[in-house]
Ligand binder design. Structure first.
Ligand SMILES: Cc1cc2nc3c(=O)[nH]c(=O)nc-3n(C[C@H](O)[C@H](O)[C@H](O)COP(=O)(O)O)c2cc1C
Length: 208
């Protein structure tokens, strides 16, 4: 089972990234967590948590050291990597990485990717995912979108990147912010091919 890179950038909706990291760790996956400078700000402002605290909490108390592999015990780990370290494992084409998820993904990071720019670990990991044909999922959040955002998303989608906007559905009658967050995280897990029990699936009988 390869590792999954989760990058949190400075778009609003840091809670989506936080929850994704928690659920992946609970599922026993090793997560390489990368947070941009702006992502660190939104994570603090919206979730009142630092990347270090997130990694430690999701690991079960102790953050994994960057550069290390899966823990010797085989237990899931969240390894916080430095967004400035473009030599980190997340940026490697030969490392056993299954997928890269940028959640949430800012318009800035979207623009860099559409232009092929890999100037930090977040963007470099995503560009490596494209060249290695790894699964790449972007979770943009902005409203309204500028034409440049829409054009960048169309371009990236045509290159097999999954554009999965942070647009929770209301057809399951959510009653909390957690429900809305889980809706989006559930769709990400579906695209990663990871079984889960978040939320309810549409049966087809709801409107009958
Ligand atoms: C509180 C706050 C909320 C923001 N929300 C968004 C947003 O929803 N979408 C977006 O594309 N950018 C948003 N931004 C702007 C990005 O953080 C900014 O473009 C930044 O350069 C992104 O850099 P990064 O992609 O390296 O994280 C927000 C900034 C702040 C301070």
């Amino acid at each position: 089972m390869g590792e999954i890179v989760v990058a949190i950038t400075g778009a609003s909706g840091a809670a989506y990234g936080q929850r994704l990291v928690e659920v992946l760790a609970q599922d026993g996956r090793t997560v390489r967590l990368v947070v941009t400078d702006a992502g660190r700000l939104t994570l603090a402002h919206e979730c009142n948590i630092t990347p270090e605290e997130l990694a430690a909490a999701a690991t079960g108390g102790e953050a994994g050291a960057a550069g290390g592999g899966p823990s010797e015990s085989g237990a899931a780990e969240v390894i916080l990597e430095d967004n400035d370290d473009i030599a980190a494992r997340s940026a490697s084409g030969s490392a056993e990485i299954d997928a890269v998820v940028i959640c949430p993904c800012s318009g800035t990071t979207l623009g860099k990717l559409a232009a092929g720019i890999g100037d930090n670990l977040t963007t470099r990991s995503a560009i490596v995912a494209m060249k290695e044909r790894r699964k790449l999922i972007l979770v943009p959040r902005e409203t309204p979108y500028a034409t440049v955002h829409l054009e960048n998303m169309a371009k990236l989608s045509s290159w097999d990147t999954v554009i999965l906007p942070a647009s929770p559905g209301f057809y399951n009658h959510p009653t909390s912010i957690d429900d809305l967050v889980d809706f989006v995280v559930a769709r990400i897990l579906d695209h990663l091919g990871i079984k889960h029990s978040l939320g309810r699936r549409w049966t087809g009988d709801e409107l009958k």
